[in-house]
Design a protein around this ligand. Sequence first.
Ligand SMILES: [Zn+2]
Length: 483
Amino acid sequence: MPLGQFQCPECQAPLIGSPATGVLCERCGARVPIDDGILDFVHGPIGPVSEPEDYDALHHIDDVRSVARYRNLKRLAGEHWPSSLGSVLEVGCGTGLLTRALIAEGEATDLVVTDIFRPMLRATREHLEHAGLLSAIPLTFATHGGTEPVFRDGAFATCVGGSVLHHMPDVRRFLSNMFRWLKPGGRAFFTEPNLRYHRALGQTLADILALLHNEDPTYSDGKQALLNLVSQWRRGILHQGDLAFLTTLEDKHMFASDAFEAMGQELGFAKAYAIPTSYQPTGVGFVGALCSQLNVGEAVRSSVLGLLPAFTDRYLSLLSPRDQTDSFLFWLEKGTGPVMRHFRGPPAPDAEPPADLPEAFRTGGLPPRWWLELTATHTPEGISLRLNGWCLVNTDVKWIRVTLGGVTRQAPVWLPRPDVQGTINTESVYASWNALCCGVNETLSFDDGPLDLTIEAVLAGGFVLPIPAPPGLQLNEPVVVTQ
Ligand SMILES: [Zn+2]
């Protein structure tokens, strides 16, 4: 196992030894923990993870798909694809969908396979062993979370990851590290979700689900599964840029093509391209695949797919052709020499709208509605406040913000509430995307103290809408505020 691409995470000196005898720093003597042949730079599990077997079944990983996916990346990259990938760093291997083809297609000279989770690396290694690929090229397995300083500058010619950036808390920091790990002339590529498409398609699906719900409000697993998905997309999209909140989600980021390209150039890459992976102007193909993944029954599936083309004009057709894809292949290249460059990023977003803007303008022209129940209880840790209900505004609502005894906590507004659509919005005057996903259900923790109360709704544009509430709470006495 070659260690030349690694360095000591403590002092950046070279590492010596081998997984069999132990790996340590030649300068400071720090030992790298090794677990079953896997270098462990990430200590302890971080965040949620599916079992590797479930992951395989869920994502239909097999050898045929592995090669097909690899060749598709090559086709999308076109003239950018190099004659050899050279030394490759794979980030977030999962169960090895891409790893297998990276070795089998013979374009990598050696490969460092990483994932933040050890079980994924073990599963990948097992699959490679079954496929007889474990000794085809020099291979190293290591846990890595994207930011640990364990790779030497210029160690790799290629850095690759399939659907991995959107799981990382700080993408910009990862890419700036990766810039250093790449040799001059090296390249990196990743397949990642398209923010604008998910927003447009999420709104389209919400309109279709609202229509189906208004026609027949009976519960169905299929409708619920699609609605859960739309709620998750909406929550992620409304909170883009809020790293503290996104860290709590498994799927953290979606990317706008031009913003990603600008970030690549700001970080010093000579080339940064967002290449569409497909062209899906109606969404039928993508939604069909999602229905299969989510086991949506035939009745719901055919209604939704049948309605999609008729709804295209509402949101999807407003996207540029390049944005009519669910994901991008992001392609980054490091220049080969010193380059004089002057890069100016995109203009800053508009300043806040004027403070004297009428409230109706900020709340989408329709009266805001809500039903919120608050129950404070005493626990050994302090005050526990259960907040449950919904808040519907004809614009995007991000948070319900509760201030108790001078301390502020907030709860995301995002949960599916088809019942609100069915009672408040039968005429679909409020945007379905907001009516269907207006639920809130959180337990907020406060220190012991006075129970004087303020409640507000925080809208996506930054406007804060006061929610009239009694001046204080009593322990164990639920309070309902509604309008
Ligand atoms: Zn050291």
